[in-house]
Design a protein around this ligand. Sequence first.
Ligand SMILES: Cc1cc2nc3c(=O)[nH]c(=O)nc-3n(C[C@H](O)[C@H](O)[C@H](O)COP(=O)(O)O)c2cc1C
Ligand SMILES: [Mn+2]
Length: 484
Amino acid sequence: MAGGDLRTFIARLEGAGQLVRVRAEVSADLEIAEIASRLAARNGPAALFQNVAGHTMPVLVGAFASMERMAWALGAGSIEEVARRVGRLAASVPLAGGASVAAKVKALPKLLELARLRPKTVRSGPCQEVVRTDDADLGRLPILRSWPGDGGPFITLPQVVTADPDGKNRNVGMYRMQVFGPRRLGMHWHRDHDGARNYRAWAEQGRAMPVAVALGGDPVLTYAATAPLPYGVDELVFAAFLRGKAVRVVPCKTVPLLVPADAEIVIEGTVDPEERAREGPFGDHTGYYTPADEYPVMRVTAITHRADAVYPATVVGRFPKEDCYLAKATERIFLPVIRTVVPEVVDINLPLFGVFHNWAFVSIRKTRPGQARQVMRAIWGLGQLAYTKFLVVVDEGVNVHDTDEVLWRVGAEADPRRDTCLETGPADVLDHAAPPGGEGGKLGIDATRKLPEEVGGQAWPEPLASDPDTAARVTRRWQEYGFD
Ligand SMILES: Cc1cc2nc3c(=O)[nH]c(=O)nc-3n(C[C@H](O)[C@H](O)[C@H](O)COP(=O)(O)O)c2cc1C
Ligand SMILES: [Mn+2]
């Protein structure tokens, strides 16, 4: 697997006819976003805007906006290939403290492989070809404003690097950042996310937290920043596992953090526990504006970049947009991990219209009464899947990626009284319909075929299926009938 940086990826996209260089002058204010939205709506190519009004840096959008490009970004031919590798890793690492000694010994080679994948510190890297400290100015970056009601321009594809006060638990997360001024940025991390957790650890000691924001670099890093890894799992090691080689990192110029050496741009700074500002509104992936709210502020101490840096961005909004593909990659890659905990799960679909958390369709291999509800509770207990608002469980063999087929089964197999359950749990912060306070309702629908024990012995019909011999004969003779 070849290593990568953003320009290698751009060359790959261009070579495959999946990148358009836009030479016409465009504005970073609304215009690029409008173009990106239209490209996303028609499964279009990535775009590199080379002439952004008032700027010298080009802007890249849509690099991840198809399943094929997403797979290439991860150095693979297909996302399924990546999912299989992650599945083998998940199956070989003992999950809990209760794992047997034999299981732990068996896992050693995998764990050693991971140790080999720790980031490799180098003395210099292209991300520091240009260093600006006292004259650092966010206004030099072509940061986009996407929607007319947005509170300002936002950095939308950042890798936000933090660590706890002991220098441990390094984390790389993607959280949008509003530009408040030439050297001030908003930190829109949800409180459950790892960057926020590191921030709280510093705040408890009354200390400002160092932060570094990398833009670009190996596209696998951009994906890793969005992946739902547990706290303490280093995204740089996960990225190295996906890429098959360690990430090269360099020390920042003004903060004690390491950043990917091959990044295009790095913004360094600190987040003071006392300082907050009104962040938003922001036209979000829900298809609505998220209202303004108070968030911490990053004070910029340096901006470093390549001499000919490219500024990567994404535009979110009503689906389909580029982030749908990042999310679909996670759905596929983490399915095998879900199966190690909930083995009866066959497939899962977080449909695009459900915006990650509103809807989940899950198919299961059902063998015992009550299993659909058991699976619902497991899903509502699993990391970010806890936010799932409407959860439909169907039998194995039902194509969860076909909404009509799922809703046909809901209509046919579920009794609204017997086969639904209402629960309460954590609500997605972006869910404007959830009651205030962070808790929200959950609806589970058991659309599996019912076992005799579940329905007092009532007979349950099989869905229609053709006679296999007749079907084969008709296929064979199709043209003979005069059809084509
Ligand atoms: C385009 C995009 C924008 C995102 N914006 C935010 C955001 O503003 N705040 C946030 O907390 N999570 C945001 N996320 C989700 C997080 O990146 C994701 O949940 C990630 O797993 C968090 O990593 P962490 O657990 O290491 O903090 C965004 C994801 C994508 C793909
Ligand atoms: Mn993390």
